[in-house]
Design a protein. Structure first.
Ligand code: HEM
Length: 208
């Protein structure tokens, strides 16, 4: 089957993706040191790096929200409301190992499959806000500790729980990047912005 080169990711989208990856991994590495899991930079330095990168992450989130709203890219994440997510889940659990075709074809207007839509929407409207909110509460504990003296324990537990969740997300996410047309095609697209997409049957040149 023939393919054509398609621009999938805009420049800002790629910059946002890789900066977000860098920030989250740095927050993860320093966060688990603060948690006491290992010693790498030293506690004080780990806290300082965690605080600086947290602010950089928040600034990036503000730009990303602005970009999603102004370009209309937020629509990419809206669920379709049919059973398509089940089809996609079945494909990753069984079909992919039997060499079946991908159930959905990426296009310029619909780059996310139904399972990605739901996962990334959850990431954006649940995990990231929970991490930012609990992180800021942690940072400004002195301003509200009188209101809820035992509150920090809850904030720490939720923040650390979210961090564990993000580790799982990262492992699955990196595995998923290898499930495109070729093992590297998804990562290449996120670097260059372009991907070779299979032509739709109706786009096949007519043979005489
Ligand atoms: C904007 C986002 C974030 C803010 C404002 C923030 C802020 C903080 C603060 C202030 C602390 C406490 C440091 C101290 O004890 O002095 C902390 C701890 C921690 N952070 Fe974050 N953080 C953010 C995002 C993240 C992310 C994305 C992760 C991991 C993926 C993460 C993982 C952790 C972990 C594991 C701890 C230790 C929790 C504990 O056991 O007490 N943080 N964070």
């Amino acid at each position: 089957m023939s393919t054509h080169r398609v621009k999938i990711y805009a420049g800002f989208e790629r910059l946002w993706h890789w900066l977000q990856a860098l920030f989250i991994i740095t927050l993860m590495v320093t966060g688990f040191e603060i948690h006491g899991s290992y010693s790498l930079f030293g506690y004080e330095t780990a806290v300082r790096i965690h605080n600086i990168v947290a602010w950089a992450f928040i600034i990036l989130i503000v730009f990303a929200i602005f970009w999603h709203i102004t370009t209309g890219a937020w629509r990419q994440y809206m669920p379709t409301g049919d059973r398509s997510i089940v089809t996609q889940g079945r494909y990753y659990a069984f079909g992919i190992f039997k060499g079946e075709e991908h159930p959905y074809r990426k296009t310029e207007l619909a780059k996310l499959n139904p399972l990605q839509k739901t996962t990334y929407l959850g990431f954006k409207i649940l995990i990231v806000p929970v991490m930012v909110t609990t992180g800021l509460l942690y940072m400004f504990y002195n301003s509200w500790s009188d209101l809820w003296p035992g509150g920090l324990a809850w904030v720490a537990i939720i923040h650390a729980f979210g961090a564990f969740f993000l580790v799982i997300f990262l492992v699955v996410h990196v595995y998923m990047t290898s499930t495109g047309e070729t093992p590297l095609s998804n990562v290449t697209a996120m670097v260059t912005g372009y991907e070779d997409i299979e032509d739709a049957p109706e786009e096949e040149p007519a043979t005489v």
